[in-house]
Design a protein around this ligand. Structure first.
Ligand SMILES: C[C@@H](N)C(=O)N[C@H](C)C(=O)O
Ligand code: ZN
Length: 249
């Protein structure tokens, strides 16, 4: 069996209520910036480059997540690199993403109830929350959005763009194609490669997004059948706040 080309099984959506009820025993692992990472790991803060308000010019993740990203990247065949597109997210960015997609859903599915619109939206964007017991996954620094690129920095074809909201973004979507074309066969291999290295490094995947993986947070605990999460919501400490704390010691 090729451990870098494991088929991706179609999985049901998580039971959100049960997932958000899982306890969090915070590990206090720090947030670390990815600006200085080395090949075969790269960082490209996609929302900053897209001009999303309040998006950070640097990707941040918990340190335990960075170690696992390196593990995943080093499992890749030579010439292919792992690109982090987003990690820790401020609440304002989560709110902006959620509101933007919810508004688009509302405009298109005008007859849907509020809860139907919420379900449609949350397949691709988690509701914004910095509630200590039920934070949005990216607010924990345990979620990452990732892709693959070649040594020239060109993204490999994953079948859809990052953040595409079509059914083809489901991680296992192309596995169901009966007679894949040459391009579809390439997409299947690229997705399997990304999925295989991330799973082997300890991450879990959100079934509706080929790019979204979790470690240590409630989404990870739910998917890995762990009894508790280790990563809750965390804030970046601005210098002014750090100085105020230090001066008071
Ligand atoms: C917005 C998208 N890149 C993403 O991360 N979606 C998941 C569901 C999230 O918002 O946690
Ligand atoms: Zn994500």
């Amino acid at each position: 069996m090729n451990f870098l080309s494991q088929t991706i099984a179609a999985k049901p959506e998580p039971d959100w209520a049960a997932l958000l009820a899982l306890p969090i025993a915070e590990s206090h692992d720090p947030l670390v910036p990815l600006g200085l990472v080395n090949s075969p790991l790269r960082s490209y803060p996609a929302y900053f480059h897209q001009g999303v308000p309040n998006a950070l010019s640097e990707c941040y993740v918990r340190r335990c997540v960075l170690f696992r990203l390196y593990k995943a990247a080093r499992l890749l065949p030579s010439g292919i690199e792992l690109v982090v597109l987003d990690g820790w997210r401020p609440l304002l960015v989560q709110q902006y993403l959620f509101d933007s997609l919810f508004a688009a859903m509302n405009a298109h599915y005008a007859n849907d109830s509020e809860s139907e619109l919420l379900n449609r939206t949350r397949r691709f964007i988690a509701p914004p929350s910095n509630e200590p017991t039920a934070p949005s996954p990216h607010l924990t620094g345990g979620s990452v959005d990732v892709a693959l690129c070649d040594v020239e920095g060109l993204f490999l074809d994953m079948g859809t763009e990052f953040d595409d909201i079509s059914p083809w973004s489901y991680s296992a979507a192309f596995e169901a194609v009966e007679k894949p074309s040459a391009r579809e066969a390439e997409v299947i291999e690229n997705r399997r490669l990304l999925h295989s290295v991330m799973i082997q490094a300890g991450f879990t995947n959100l079934p509706s997004e080929w790019w979204h993986f979790d470690y240590g947070n409630q989404s990870w605990a739910w998917s890995s059948k762990s009894s508790e999460a280790q990563l809750g919501a965390i804030e970046l400490q601005p210098l002014r706040q750090r100085w105020r704390r230090q001066v008071a010691l």
